[in-house]
Structure formats: structure tokens, C-alpha cells
Write a protein that binds this ligand. Structure first.
Ligand code: DAH
Length: 355
């Protein structure tokens, strides 16, 4: 019977010690004393072999019960101590519960991405597909197959970020920094990829990032977003181009903004033009925002040059098409009358939260 006395004594002793435990460290000490490797209960458990066989079941049961009780008591005291600690923290001396809490500020989609998706929605509504293309591109796709002559100024390292060290083996790049591999300066190269992969009819857009070695200022960013568009089908005319882009500008800017088409030059389209939208600040009167002209440029476009069809094996006698390139940051700036494109890049939450 000595062992059962011991067990009961241990139980009582642990209960006493728990009452005195004032911290988690005290509690841990009690746990080690009772349940640790050399703890009182563990020691008694080890002595079970010496108990006469007929008493063993009763003793074993009692020992297990005491151990379970002690474990439960320790857990209970732990919860109690935690609650006491919490209450102390919230007591007037330690925390002012009347202070406002820290508010979580959920993020929103960046304005540029919002507009990019809006443009995708408009063209998806017209049955266009949304394509993708590589940021790192070869001169063939970015320039050559887009009918840009070898000496076109945009090929120079002043206007294009070249990816170093890619002159063909045994051949040196003929101008410092130039090579066959570059960061795309326009999304127009995706036209070539798509025409190589798909047969007409093609109705596609390709939104994406482009890169140019420009110093950032109110109207330039070294990295920005374009949405390329390409239509190739039988009997496509300039009327289709104009109808499509007029529809697009009205959807994006509202019905009260006018458009105009100015002749321009792009190597890959003929004829080509730039499209302006009437100024949203002065409504065409002329102001500082539109530099007194009443108009703001939003995109370049034109009828696909037959030479481009030549590079991808599309018969220009059978098919015709139009293409366009929209600057997404410009659309954002013109829609919200932003005086400086850099506002879109600085990550100033006071500005971005407005959209
Ligand atoms: N790639 C031209 C640029 O970056 C924009 C452009 C103009 C795209 C005319 C076109 C186009 O597809 O037909 O300035």
C-alpha cells in the first residue's frame, strides 16, 4: 500500500506547487519535477516491476490516473496564467485599449493594370484574342520583319536596350552595345510571332511591357506598357481601322471626346497615322495640358505593309489588315488628366488610392 500513499502524496504536492506557480517558468519546473525523466511520477512508474503481480493492475491504474490528473492540472494552470498575463497587459497601466487599432489596408490593382484589363475587355468584346510575347526579343522580330531598314535610327543603342554579348560567334557587334538580342522596344514584334503561328483571319491584341533607354520625365518612362493590335482578313480596309479605333476611344474616354487621324510614318504600316483624342481638360480649346493644341496623341496605327506579310508568308493579294499600338500609361494620363507619367511609377499611395 506504500506506493498508493506515495502516489496520493505526489498528487497533493503537485497541486500545492501549481498553486504557487506564478509564471510559465515556474510551471515548467513543476512539470519536470513530476513528469520529467527523473520526476517523481516517472520514478514510481519505473518501480512498477517491483510491485507484487496481484497488485500491479490496481497500482498501474492508479499511477496512470495520477499522471493524467497532474498533466491536466498543469495544462489548466497554464491557461489560467496566460489569461492572467493577458489581463495584466490590458490593465490600464500597460495598454490603452481606447487607442484606435492598426488598420489593415488591402491593396488594389494598379491603375495601369486596370486600364490594360479594360482595353482587353473592349477588344475581347469585338472577338479579338489576347496574345503574349517575349520581353527579350531578337532584332528580327523587333525590327527586321517589321520592315525597319538596317539603318533605322530606332535600332541604335541610344534608342534600344541591347542584351549584351550576343553578337554572332566570330562576329563583333558593329556598333557599341548593339547585338542581335534586345529588350523589346514595342509590342509590334508579337504581330510577326502570331502571323507565323496562325493563319488569317487574325483578330488579336497583345498587351505587354516595353523598354526604351529614355530618362524619365513628364512624358517618358524607360519601361512602359503597350497594347498591340492586329487584324488580318480578306477585304479589310482603312474604314475598318477607323471604325474599330473610334469605337475603342469612345469606350475608353467617353462619347464626348473627339478623335482625329494624322498622317504619320511607321515602317510596318502603309499608310500610317497617329490618333489624337480631344483634350479632356479644355475640351479642344487649347490649354497647358494639351500644349495649346486641343488634342492629345494616344496611339499609332495603319494598314499592314505588304512587305511585313512577305516575311510571314501571307499573300497580300488575298489578305489585308490593320495594326495599332496603344500606350497604356498615356491612356491613364489622358483619361485622368495626369500632368506627369512618373506619378504612375512612384508608388505614392495617396495618389494610387484614388483609382
Ligand atoms: N510600335 C509603335 C510605337 O511603339 C506603335 C504602333 C504604331 C504600333 C503603328 C502599330 C502600328 O501596330 O500600326 O511607337
Amino acid at each position: 500500500m506504500a506506493m498508493s500513499d506515495d502516489l496520493n502524496a505526489i498528487q497533493e504536492q503537485v497541486d500545492q506547487m501549481l498553486k504557487g506557480a506564478k509564471s510559465l517558468e515556474d510551471l515548467e519546473r513543476v512539470r519536470v519535477q513530476a513528469l520529467g525523466k527523473k520526476g517523481s511520477i516517472t520514478t514510481i512508474m519505473h518501480m512498477m516491476g517491483k510491485v507484487p503481480p496481484e497488485e500491479r493492475p490496481t497500482m498501474g491504474k492508479l499511477a496512470n490516473t495520477v499522471r493524467a490528473n497532474v498533466q491536466a492540472a498543469i495544462e489548466q494552470r497554464k491557461v489560467q496564467l496566460a489569461r492572467e498575463a493577458m489581463e495584466r497587459r490590458f490593465s490600464a497601466e500597460e495598454a490603452d485599449v481606447t487607442l484606435p487599432g492598426r488598420r489593415l489596408s488591402p491593396g488594389t490593382q494598379h491603375l495601369v493594370n486596370q486600364i490594360r484589363e479594360e482595353i482587353e475587355d473592349i477588344f475581347c468584346g469585338l472577338g479579338y484574342t489576347v496574345e503574349d510575347g517575349p520581353f527579350v526579343e531578337t532584332t528580327y522580330y523587333n525590327f527586321t520583319a517589321l520592315n525597319a531598314p538596317e539603318d533605322h535610327p530606332s535600332r541604335s543603342a541610344k534608342d534600344t536596350f541591347y542584351v549584351e554579348d550576343n553578337a554572332p560567334e566570330g562576329k563583333e557587334a558593329h556598333v557599341l552595345g548593339e547585338s542581335d538580342v534586345l529588350l523589346r522596344t514595342q509590342t509590334s514584334g508579337v504581330q510577326v510571332h502570331v502571323m507565323e503561328e496562325k493563319k488569317p483571319p487574325i483578330y488579336m491584341i497583345c498587351p505587354g511591357t516595353v523598354f526604351r533607354p529614355d530618362t524619365p520625365d513628364a512624358n517618358h518612362l524607360p519601361q512602359f506598357t503597350q497594347v498591340e493590335g492586329l487584324v488580318v482578313d480578306e477585304g479589310i480596309t482603312f474604314g475598318d481601322l477607323k471604325g474599330t479605333l473610334d469605337y475603342f476611344t469612345r469606350e475608353i474616354f467617353g462619347k464626348d471626346r473627339a478623335t482625329r487621324y494624322r498622317p504619320h510614318f511607321f515602317p510596318f504600316t502603309e499608310p500610317s497615322c497617329e490618333v489624337d483624342v480631344s483634350c479632356g481638360v479644355c475640351h479642344g480649346e487649347g490649354c497647358r495640358f494639351c500644349k495649346g493644341t486641343g488634342w492629345l496623341e494616344i496611339l499609332g496605327c495603319g494598314m499592314v505593309d505588304p512587305n511585313v506579310f512577305g516575311y510571314v508568308g501571307i499573300d497580300p493579294e488575298k489578305y489585308s489588315g490593320f495594326a495599332f499600338g496603344i500606350g497604356v500609361e498615356r491612356v491613364a494620363a489622358l483619361r485622368y488628366d495626369l500632368p506627369d507619367l512618373r506619378m504612375l511609377m512612384t508608388g505614392d499611395m495617396r495618389f494610387l488610392r484614388q483609382f
